[in-house]
Design a protein around this ligand. Structure first.
Ligand code: NDP
Length: 445
């Protein structure tokens, strides 16, 4: 067996049952084959064995009291995976499906994504199996305070800077930051995604969705096509989906679907600014289900279904991992889909990815296409360190520039290694090279 196979076997043996982690590692290792061939010295210092082992995994009990006075216990995690390029950076996810394997996959992906942003950030991820859905504000606050009471021992503005992810939005970041400040008695940029009145950055809420569309625009430039008037299919209706829809509307495209974990709506006329405002109010304030959109605007609602059967020019998966399987990918391609830009992390199964690559469509994998969120978190950290705030235009300009450079770096690495137009190879290789060089410089750490 070769080096890549040996390392992958080790990962499966050492992390039994962590299927999403195996999947993420397998994809990256496969892409690195040509790099490893060029650099036999990496094997001599067990570089890949070190790369796939988190520097630190923190797991903790999160006790809290619900509104009925009943004691509840959840599990909290922080994976500090790799700090070669800077402080650990990556979101917190609160969702009942959260477990060690899912967070390790997300933290592993984050290493390469953060490297691609060109900013100095290592890779991390964390969260809890707590489900904010259906909880009162008081319950969410008590949970967040308990979670941060433990997490604050391990994070800091130069050590580890968490942000939001699924189930962790502006409300949760507020409660988490308030508790950190209270315990540590310091006002620092320890979290990103903060509100603008207490240290946040303009454009951070928009950044992942906007960035995913900016990446798509860069991919489209290679074929000379445009978004105007073209139907686009989006999954999810949370932070990433909302701002993907917003940017697509601005570009004159026609977003025709959004979804939540119960089903999707199909609006053939297109979601416009007023309808998007309804979605934002529904999801961010009333915390209701997407079905209400169909009732309000008299469009189709598909219960327990995903939107990939709707014919489109471009697809923007923006909900969760493995939401496009092989059959979905085939349906998208058969119906004429020319571009996929992943707002979510690892939304396409390996078999689905192969379908997109074989069909030679423009396929932007999450670690490149959704890097705008963490990149703008990096910009928030810079503003906090300088104790000043840039204008929205300034941040947006920097975001656009970063997405263009991620696209360029991925495209260049792909063609340098003989895989032109393959952004999976390109993003993995370009992201890996900087991390590998830093780890080589540090010696045995
Ligand atoms: P939100 O919690 O704001 O929204 C998540 C959306 O996805 C909701 O509509 C949710 O529906 C839906 N969803 C979640 N889990 C499932 C599931 N198992 N099946 C179907 N639908 C589901 O999260 P974000 O928008 O922040 O994150 C979306 C994706 O983008 C995630 O993969 C995240 O890791 C990724 N991402 C986010 C970044 C950010 O800056 N926020 C940065 C980079 C990547 P429901 O409300 O019913 O649960």
């Amino acid at each position: 067996m070769g080096y890549i196979e040996d390392v992958y076997t080790l990962v499966k043996k050492r992390n039994p049952g962590e299927l999403e982690f195996h999947q993420a590692v397998s994809e990256v290792l496969e892409s690195l084959r040509p790099v490893i061939q060029q650099h036999p010295e990496y094997q001599e210092v067990s570089l890949l064995e070190r790369l796939v082992e988190p520097e630190r995994v923190i797991m903790f009990r999160v006790p809290w009291m619900d509104d009925n006075g009943i004691y509840q216990v959840n599990r909290g995690f922080r994976i500090q995976f790799n700090s070669a390029l800077g402080p650990y950076k990556g979101g917190l996810r609160f969702h009942p499906t959260v477990n060690l394997g899912i967070l390790k996959f997300l933290a592993f992906e984050q290493i390469f994504k953060n490297s691609l942003t060109t900013l100095a950030m290592g890779g991390g991820k964390g969260g809890s199996d707590f489900d904010p859905k259906g909880k009162s504000d008081g319950e969410v606050m008590r949970f967040c305070q308990s979670f941060m009471t433990e997490l604050c021992k391990y994070i800091g503005p130069d050590t580890d800077v968490p942000a939001g992810d699924i189930g962790v939005g502006a409300r949760e970041i507020g409660y988490l930051y308030g508790q950190y400040k209270r315990i540590r008695n310091e006002t620092t940029g320890v979290l990103t995604g903060k509100s603008i009145t207490w240290g946040g950055s303009l454009i951070r809420p928009e950044a992942t969705g906007f960035g995913s569309v900016y990446f798509a625009v860069e991919m489209l430039k290679t074929t000379g096509e445009k978004f105007e008037g073209k139907p686009c299919v989006i999954s999810g209706s949370g932070n990433v989906a909302q701002f993907t829809v917003k940017k697509l509307i601005e570009l004159g495209a026609k977003p025709v679907t959004v979804s939540d974990s119960n089903g999707f709506i199909h609006d053939p006329e297109g979601i416009d600014e007023a309808k998007l405002n309804f979605i934002m109010e529904l999801k961010n304030i009333r915390r209701g289900r997407i079905k209400e959109y169909a009732e309000k605007y008299g469009v189709e609602y598909h219960d327990r279904a995903r939107p990939w059967s709707v014919p489109c020019f471009a697809a923007f998966p923006s909900a969760t991992q493995n939401e496009i399987d092989e059959g979905d990918a085939k349906t998208l391609v058969k119906n004429g889909c020319k571009l996929v830009s992943e707002g979510a992390n690892m939304p396409t199964t390996p078999e689905g990815v192969d379908v997109f690559l074989d069909a030679n469509i423009l396929y932007g994998p999450g670690k490149a296409a959704n890097a705008g969120g963490v990149a703008t978190s990096g910009l928030e950290m810079s503003q906090n360190a300088m104790r000043l705030s840039w204008t929205g235009e300034e941040v947006n300009m920097r975001l656009q520039h970063i997405m263009a450079s991620i696209h360029a770096a991925s495209a260049k690495a792909a063609s340098d290694y003989g895989y032109p137009n393959n952004y999976v190879m390109g993003a993995n290789i370009a992201g890996f090279k900087k991390v590998a060089e830093a780890m080589m410089d540090f010696g045995l750490v």
